[in-house]
Write a protein that binds this ligand. Structure first.
Ligand code: AMP
Ligand code: MN
Ligand code: MN
Ligand code: MN
Length: 295
């Protein structure tokens, strides 16, 4: 593979933080831009190595790769998988995942079926609480995309159940609310295994956004490493720098590397493509010893 003219070693690129963004979404999941437009936005913001990591689907990968090639961007195939962890859920970004002739397509089918079942359960719970059925409106919002809570949130706004998407999450869909259904997801160790078996690296996404205390996140990080996880997202838009210091220390002692990602879903005043805290200096970047698609 090293001699394959379509790939090169990422560490030869000598990238600086602002040139790496390995977490974002397109209209194939809950993002607002097509995969090709995402490539353009990355280029416009000076990013040189990126990955489209839609929730539980690989649909946008070919388009993202083709657009990257046309724009001279380096690219890693990616995905953000949903997983169950204890009574809660976590997201695991898979970077450099194998798209064909691996177990990945089947894993995606499993996750997409879980999403469909979950949507039914979300609708059952919300209607039981007195809301109108929002399933059809959410499906309309999702169009061809994998159905998720953001589509329910958009449907709630369209049906005037809430005034904006933020309120939809605060009242109905956010962590611990009625529409926060996570029964259907596979266990964390299963998701890590899928990613690794396909040739990818498993990265714990946005550990600061899990609504857990630092102590609990540190226990999760230790479990994640024990189960074969390989990197933590430590270079993200809004992590408390003290959390970054603590988690970087844990990553170092557990032999984990780190990743950098904006989790950009579409234009907002507060997150741009390529935007994240600078990375912790002592740790290796997860992409550094990986092969990336050459422009
Ligand atoms: P799902 O993948 O269907 O579980 O939906 C999770 C997605 O919803 C996340 O990736 C975010 O894009 C979005 N999300 C989660 N929590 C919130 C929130 N409190 N406000 C707005 N969007 C959120
Ligand atoms: Mn999302
Ligand atoms: Mn996520
Ligand atoms: Mn994400």
């Amino acid at each position: 593979m090293i001699n394959n003219p379509l790939y090169c070693q990422a560490d030869a690129l000598q990238l600086v933080p602002a040139q790496v963004d390995l977490h974002c979404h397109s209209t194939c999941s809950d993002g607002r831009q097509s995969p090709a437009r995402m490539a353009e936005l990355m280029a416009e913001h000076g990013v040189q190595l990126w990955s489209l990591t839609d929730h539980d689907c690989l649909t946008g990968q070919q388009q993202a790769m083709a657009a990257s090639r046309a724009l001279g961007l380096h690219y890693l195939p990616g995905v953000e998988c949903s997983a169950k962890y204890g009574k809660g859920q976590v997201h695991v970004v898979g970077l450099g995942v194998g798209l064909v002739e691996t177990g990945m397509p089947e894993a995606m089918q499993f996750l997409q079926e879980a999403r469909r079942e979950r949507a039914l359960e979300i609708d059952r719970r919300l209607t039981k609480a007195g809301l109108p059925s929002l399933l059809a409106a959410a499906q309309l919002q999702a169009a061809e995309a994998e159905l998720g809570r953001p589509h329910f949130a958009r449907a709630m706004v369209a049906e005037r159940v809430v005034k904006d998407e933020r309120q939809a999450f605060d009242l109905w869909l956010g962590a611990g609310k009625l529409g926060d259904v996570k029964l259907m997801w596979p266990e964390l160790d299963q998701v890590i295994a899928w990613i690794r078996e396909s040739g990818g690296r498993a990265v714990l996404a946005h550990p600061h956004r899990l609504k857990l205390t630092l102590t609990k996140v540190r226990a999760l990080v230790a479990d994640f490493a024990r189960q074969g996880g390989q990197a933590l997202e430590l270079s993200v838009p809004a992590m408390d720098p003290q959390w970054q210091v603590n988690l970087a220390r844990d990553a170092e002692s557990l032999g984990l590397s780190y990743s950098r990602g904006s989790d950009f879903h579409g234009p907002t005043p507060w997150v741009k493509p390529g935007q994240a805290l600078d990375w912790p200096t002592r740790l290796p970047g997860v992409w550094q010893d990986m092969l990336v698609c050459k422009p």
